[in-house]
Design a protein around this ligand. Structure first.
Ligand SMILES: *Cc1c(COP(=O)(O)O)cnc(C)c1O
Length: 229
């Protein structure tokens, strides 16, 4: 088995190669190393290799491991990529620099209050349920423009991009294309899309942020069933 630092280097090289091959790649593509379920010891080699951008999908779990890592390694940028409950927004704004799962008015209002109170510079992504899966979070594609307008124009939230998680049993390319189209139509510069199995395809469609976990850290120890519903 190779170590996570070697895996990191290999993924960064593949991102570079995919960007060179892409006809119109984004101006830059940031690798978010997804550390959910992995403890601080598993994360350290990747920090030691110089990587600073990470993703977690649960607020509570991130609060447990990242404050100590942040003080040990300056310059960390932490992204929340999982669902957020409206009553956890204070902790989320304290713990994270970016949130990828904004998808409903109640959460938008709660985030506005917390971001204003804290004065913290945040980056927000609106999650779009491109596959219109009933069990999945995200705003429906047809509702995206209206929700973006509410968040960005009415509430003045720092919404900079869109995020999607394509259905896991489908070709992701049409979903990436749809997300790219929605971002372009609505004047949003950032696109969070692509995971271990499909980040190269996402880069073709202009991904500015790819979220890669298992290809760096290995299979997750207590991964939940693929389809819990
Ligand atoms: C876990 C997770 C990832 C990373 O998935 P891998 O297949 O391990 O790369 C990306 N995005 C979200 C939203 C996740 O929850």
């Amino acid at each position: 088995m190779t170590g996570s630092a070697e895996n990191l280097a290999a993924i960064l090289a593949r991102i570079d190669a995919a960007r060179k091959k892409a006809v119109r790649p984004a101006p830059s593509t940031t690798l978010i190393a997804v550390t959910k379920t992995h403890d601080a010891e598993a994360i350290r080699p990747v920090l030691a290799a110089g990587h600073r951008v990470f993703g977690e999908n649960r607020v509570q779990e991130a609060m447990g491991k990242w404050p100590a890592l942040r003080s040990a390694y300056p310059g960390i940028e932490l992204h929340l990529i999982g669902p957020l409950q409206s009553n956890k927004t204070r902790e989320a704004v304290e713990t994270f620099d970016a949130i990828h799962s904004l998808d409903r008015p109640r959460l938008a209002h709660a985030l506005k209050a917390e971001i204003e109170k804290s004065g913290k510079a945040m980056t927000l992504f609106i999650q779009v349920n491109t596959g219109e899966e009933p069990q999945k979070a995200g705003v429906a594609p047809l509702d995206a423009a209206g929700f973006i307008a509410l968040c960005r124009d009415d509430l003045k939230l720092p919404v900079k991009g869109l995020m999607c998680i394509p259905p896991h049993d489908e070709n992701p390319a049409p979903h990436f294309a749809l997300l790219q189209k929605l971002a372009r139509e609505n004047g949003l510069p950032l696109l969070s899309m692509g995971m271990s199995d499909d980040f190269e395809s996402a880069i073709k469609f202009g991904a500015t942020h790819v979220r890669v976990g298992s290809a760096i850290f290995g299979e997750r120890p207590n991964a939940r069933p693929a389809n819990p519903h």
